[in-house]
Design a protein around this ligand. Structure first.
Ligand SMILES: Nc1ncnc2c1ncn2[C@@H]1O[C@H](COP(=O)(O)OP(=O)(O)OP(=O)(O)O)[C@@H](O)[C@H]1O
Length: 582
């Protein structure tokens, strides 16, 4: 690199790590070495002309300010990330000096103040991720950024109207949990409520909140009355339902004395069912299996995670809604004396309680290291609850499309993830073939990352039964769903390879991939990060072929076959990287 650039980089780092550079000498970042040849921490250079192109300084406890004036002297800078630090101060207007910047990741810091208008002068920017900071003020007009693909600004304190974006071309957008107001100007309807929630004064169809009509005429007044009375009626219906539910529960509890729960498990017998019964009767019947007692609608399995967890603990603990998918809502719950868990609440699943229990018991009896275990479940006629351990590292979807870490998600790790999940799915299919229980909802947000960043498949077997065909033993329907798993896994592979999210059931992405392959621009299909990293094109093409087989074929290969191909591909990859190591 040029000496003036080196000097600017050292100034940039000095401001980012006030006064502590001396204590981290192995980072490089000094004027007597070169960022590319001496491999400064966080720097990636262009292999050909040895200039800095990426600066990624994440989770390093950096607590200074981000000096754009200095860092933008790096004229070839494409990626800048200081995510998950404690960086403070404003986003300086000099950000627009980074003319070639494509990726700006500032999530999880303590930035404050307004976004400068100059941010809309970045002619090449694709991804702007400024979520989880303390930004305030109004958002500038982003329609000028014609190259923008992702904008994540959730969990800040932005105010004022939500400006226009080129929604049609965005593949990710989130401004949830700010203080924005007025109508949502997205007429494409591409983003759902989760992109906008938490802005009490925002309105639009996505949030199912009608925007107020400016001039109050008689008609709108009448409509208001209608809406409010609608709410009142809805409220009454809910109250009546809750009352009916409570009555039924009470009745059931008396009856249930005869029934026993299906799973025995010897640990923790600290609760006496007799004394507990009276306490819980008013809500749901909650005696856990460990108590060996009376009835059990809540079955708590033997997991150290939920040792002694009771349904009451779940009800009492603060719950945060973290998702509302097509199959139900998901809450993060932190019981007083336990680890955080997530509770999946599925409503109106047309499955009998016995059938549900039988199904769950089958699923939980099969253990695989890459399948997230159910730690407890509950079943009533109206709703079914499933409890899983909360995974703080989030999902594959988040890794690829939301967090800036997608950049750092190497080909080796992607292949290894694909192999583990394919193996897990093949194993589950094999074990549950006779019971006709496929996963039913394979997708990247149901692939979670454990504390060791091991992938695990969540929500196995929770697909509600088809309303038109509520017979769980209908071979055709369920057989088709095993195939659906393979199809859906193919889409996950496409996501891993292209770095692009799935929309519209994946047809969009699949068509895009096919159109590029038809033109024989194969390499264009792959995630740029993989190309930059120098991933083996040959092996990427093999994985792409596997993906296409899973997706296109009306008779897709069984999961076992898919898993075997990917596993040998992974071994080949591992052999090639170890043999090329010095
Ligand atoms: N055990 C868990 N720990 C941490 N995050 C989780 C866990 N389970 C799910 N999530 C994340 O919470 C979010 C919401 O999950 P949810 O299952 O409601 O949504 P979904 O997968 O998009 O929808 P659905 O599964 O209903 O089709 C997703 O981003 C998912 O990755």
């Amino acid at each position: 690199e040029d000496q003036s650039v080196i000097q600017a980089l050292v100034v940039f780092m000095d401001k980012l790590v006030p006064g502590s550079m001396q204590t981290t000498p192995n980072w490089g970042w000094n004027t007597s070495s070169d960022p590319c040849t001496s491999k400064w921490v966080g720097i990636t250079c262009d292999k050909d002309n040895l200039t800095v192109k990426k600066i990624v300084l994440e989770k390093l406890n950096l607590s200074g300010i981000l000096d754009f004036e200095s860092v933008c002297k790096v004229s070839n800078l494409l990626v800048l990330s200081v995510s998950f630090n404690n960086v403070t101060g404003n986003l300086q207007q000099e950000v627009s000096n980074c003319k070639r910047l494509t990726h700006l990741y500032l999530t999880g810091n303590r930035f404050s103040g307004n976004l400068p208008d100059s941010i809309t002068d970045l002619p090449n920017v694709n991804r702007v991720v400024i979520s989880n900071n303390g930004f305030t003020g109004q958002l500038p007009d982003f329609t000028r950024l014609t190259t923008l693909l992702t904008f994540f600004a959730q969990n800040n304190q932005f105010t004022g109207p939500l400006p226009r974006f080129n929604y049609r071309q965005l593949d990710g957008f989130n401004v949830a949990n700010n203080d924005l107001s007025g109508p949502i100007p997205d007429d494409t309807g591409r983003f759902d409520a989760s992109s906008f929630v938490g802005n009490p004064q925002l309105c639009g169809k996505e949030l199912a909140v009608q925007c107020p009509v400016k001039k109050k005429d008689k008609k709108s007044h009448f409509r208001d009355i209608l809406i409010y009375s609608g709410y009142v009626v809805l409220g009454c219906i809910i109250l009546v339902l809750v009352a009916i539910l409570a009555c039924k529960k009470r009745k059931k509890q008396h009856e249930d004395v005869k029934t026993r729960s299906p799973k025995k498990n010897g640990s923790d017998s600290g609760h006496s069912s007799g004394s507990k019964n009276s306490r819980v009767r008013s809500e749901f019947s909650t005696t856990s299996v460990e108590s060996g007692g009376v009835s059990s609608s809540m079955v708590v399995l033997s997991s150290p995670v939920v040792n002694g967890l009771r349904f009451e603990d779940l009800l009492r603990a603060p719950a945060e809604l973290i998702g509302r998918g097509k199959h139900g809502s998901l809450y993060k719950v932190k019981p007083d004396n336990g680890v955080p868990v997530v509770v999946k609440r599925i409503r109106d699943w047309k499955i009998s309680r016995d059938e549900f229990k039988k199904r769950l018991q089958k699923i939980v009896d099969i253990k695989h290291p890459n399948v997230l275990p159910v730690v407890a479940y509950y079943s009533s006629k109206q709703e079914k609850l499933l409890v899983y351990e909360f995974q703080q590292n989030g999902s594959l979807f988040r890794l690829l499309h939301v967090s800036q870490n997608g950049q750092m998600f190497s080909w080796g790790s992607r292949l290894s993830l694909a192999s583990s999940i394919a193996g897990a799915l093949a194993f589950m299919h094999h074990e549950l073939q006779a019971d006709l229980i496929p996963h039913g909802n394979v997708k990247s947000s149901n692939i979670l990352l454990t504390d060791n960043m091991e992938p695990c498949l969540s929500e196995y077997g929770l697909m509600p039964i088809d309303h038109q065909d509520p017979d769980p033993n209908n071979n055709n329907r369920t057989a088709a769903t095993f195939k659906d798993d393979v199809h859906a896994f193919g889409l996950v592979l496409l996501e891993l390879l292209t770095g692009k999210p799935i929309q519209d059931n994946g047809t969009g992405l699949a068509n895009w991939v096919s159109s590029i392959l038809k033109e024989e621009w194969t390499i264009e299909v792959f995630d740029k990060a993989l190309i930059i990293e120098g991933a083996s094109e040959e092996r990427m093409v093999v994985l792409l072929q596997v993906a296409l087989k899973c997706i296109n074929n009306s008779t897709p290969p069984p999961m076992a076959e898919v898993a075997a191909i990917i596993s040998s591909l992974k071994e080949e990859e591992e052999r090639s990287t170890t043999s090329s190591d010095p």
